[in-house]
Design a protein around this ligand. Structure first.
Ligand code: R5P
Length: 311
């Protein structure tokens, strides 16, 4: 018998199964049986008394439903006398609202931290938080994994000519620097202005992209506006070919069509969020990060350092 039990919510069971495969275990049984008015009902169908529990749930695609489902699962597990509960959140939704940058707005990242803790989570395991400081919104341990080692290795497989890594906005500079160090190349930055939740504009590129292959790196792609605007600006500035490495593919609405029509050649994206169905994924190469999560769970259970493995 394993010392722990891994459960999956309904947001991304394929990912949870991959993590279970990495750990050579099976997923715990849960009954999801919504009421006719769509109120969520969850019953854990395993004895969890005294056990360490990991619940895998991405807060993406239907973030409101999946968040509530995760909270309800944690509550059920807590009340069933589990020893510890780790919320494994491959994509931590609501993390973009991480500060009060306008009057009368919420800090949803903090609100979600409070809700998870209040429900009974003892630890959070996630990947590429929108801002690393969100860890400080919790008073429980947060392990924030990086997709960079895996995505950068995928990018290395390309035959790039005089490459440069590009941050598509000022918030991505730290990530771009880490990718540039990993690949042993320099980096450039786009000065992006967000006009609305769907529209962005570029006022300048800081750094040299002329005649070079550009690898744009970002934590997430939602409407695709940021990546496409940055790619167009690079082409105007004389860049040769454009590639993307991005952790979380929310890819909402017409994002994939927009990316397909853009000058971007290939988009390496992790599998923290399931790819949307019914689109032509000609440019998208999905790279699995399930092994990172599996290895991190193994480290948590054996009290080993996670950072020594992933940085
Ligand atoms: C912004 O700070 C994020 O890192 C992403 O660049 C942004 O959220 C992507 O959104 P979209 O694809 O809608 O431009």
């Amino acid at each position: 018998m394993d010392d722990y039990i891994l459960f999956s919510g309904t947001s991304h069971p394929a990912f949870a199964q991959e993590v279970a495969d990495v750990l050579k275990t099976s997923l715990g049984k849960v009954d999801f049986h919504p009421f006719p008015d769509e109120e969520i009902y969850v019953q854990i169908l395993e004895n969890v008394r005294g056990r360490d529990i990991f619940v895998v749930q991405s807060i993406a695609r239907k973030p409101n439903d999946y968040l509530i489902e995760l909270l309800i699962m944690i509550d059920a597990l807590k009340r069933a006398s589990s020893q510890s509960i780790t919320a494994v959140i491959p994509y931590f939704g609501y993390s973009r609202q991480d500060r009060k940058d306008r009057p009368r707005v919420a800090i949803t990242a903090k609100l979600i931290a409070n809700l998870l803790t209040q429900a009974g989570a003892d630890r959070v395991l996630t990947m590429d938080l929108h801002a690393g400081q969100i860890q400080g919104f919790f008073d429980i341990p947060v392990d924030n994994l990086y997709a960079r080692p895996i995505l950068a290795e995928a990018v290395k497989g390309l035959k790039l000519s005089n490459p440069v890594v590009l941050a598509p906005d000022l918030g991505a500079i730290k990530k771009a620097r880490a990718y540039a160090n990993h690949l042993g190349v320099d980096f450039a930055v786009v000065d992006k202005r967000r006009l609305s939740t769907e529209k962005v504009e570029v006022s300048a590129i800081m750094g040299d992209v002329k005649g070079r292959d550009v690898v744009i790196v970002d934590d997430l792609c939602s409407t695709g506006g940021t990546l496409v605007t940055a790619a167009n600006a690079c082409i105007e500035a004389g860049a040769k070919r454009i590639f993307v490495a991005c952790t979380h593919g929310l890819l909402v609405g017409q994002a994939i069509e927009k990316l397909n029509k853009s000058p971007i050649e290939k988009i390496f994206i992790s599998n923290t969020v399931p790819l949307p169905e019914g689109h032509s994924l000609e440019k998208i190469i999905q790279v699995s990060v399930a092994s990172c999560f599996g290895e991190a769970i193994r480290c948590i259970m054996s009290a080993e350092s996670i950072s020594s493995i992933f940085n």
